[in-house]
Design a binder for this molecule. Structure first.
Ligand SMILES: Cc1cc2nc3c(=O)[nH]c(=O)nc-3n(C[C@H](O)[C@H](O)[C@H](O)COP(=O)(O)O)c2cc1C
Length: 215
């Protein structure tokens, strides 16, 4: 193995960007929206990147990065192909995990929750806002399926460009999911690895219990 890869380069990283000692509220959405806004404003490199993990049909967890597009009162929305691996996994088991990580802010948010499709009108509206190339791509890409050659994909894009010379409708198999959280952990790096971890856990009466976790 390459010796360079053995060096633990982050060993002396000091986390000193902030702390989570102020009153954090009695539900997670206010703090989540504050952190999302601050990640966008700072700016951080990929404020909208979110790692979504699902339990696959083979029983293995599987993670991939998507872009969160909106925070609603009930949860976080992202868009994808409903027939993709993640779409099939969610269909069989809507329990998902979403991870947000903003290195520049030394912040991580870890969310467990339930994914469900957003209403068709909402997917229509977002699809309509996308560039033409992305719209054609949503038709042409059979996301997560084996692709025999790049050419096959490019030919399909050309076919759909011909089929839809002007308006590109939203494919039924493409749209949004909303992740409705049931457990949200806010992590803020602190010095000497004594990080702050504050958890909001949804109780059966729909109120949130709040507790700290050891770092
Ligand atoms: C920065 C970044 C953003 C991405 N955003 C999306 C997205 O919003 N929606 C999406 O379906 N895939 C997105 N992808 C691609 C996914 O990571 C993934 O490859 C794809 O959705 C297929 O996943 P699956 O086969 O597990 O279903 C993004 C990838 C990266 C690296």
């Amino acid at each position: 193995m390459d010796d360079f890869l053995k060096v633990i380069r982050n060993d002396h990283h000091q986390f000193d960007q902030g702390k989570l000692e102020e009153h954090v509220g009695d539900e997670p959405f206010a703090l989540l929206s504050k952190w999302m806004r601050e990640a966008i404003e700072k700016p951080t490199t990929e404020p909208n990147a979110m790692t979504v993990s699902t339990i696959g049909l083979d029983g293995f967890p599987r993670a991939r990065v998507v872009y969160w597009k909106e925070l609603l009162e009930e949860g976080i929305v992202f868009y994808t192909n409903y027939l993709s691996d993640k779409g099939k996994a969610i269909e069989a088991n809507p329990k998902v995990h979403a991870l947000l990580y903003w290195p520049e802010m030394e912040r991580q948010v870890s969310i467990s929750g339930f994914a469900e499709k957003v209403p068709a009108e909402m997917s229509d509206a977002y699809f309509e806002s996308r560039p033409r190339g992305s719209k054609l791509g949503a038709w042409a890409s059979h996301q997560s399926e084996v692709l025999l050659s790049r050419e096959e994909l490019e030919n399909r894009v050309a076919d759909y460009a011909e089929k839809f010379p002007d308006f590109v409708p939203r494919p039924d198999h493409w749209g949004g999911y909303i992740i409705k959280p049931s457990n949200v952990e806010f992590w803020q790096g602190r010095s000497s690895r004594l990080h702050d971890r504050i958890v909001f856990n949804l109780k059966s009466d729909n109120s949130w219990e709040l507790y700290r976790k050891n770092p």
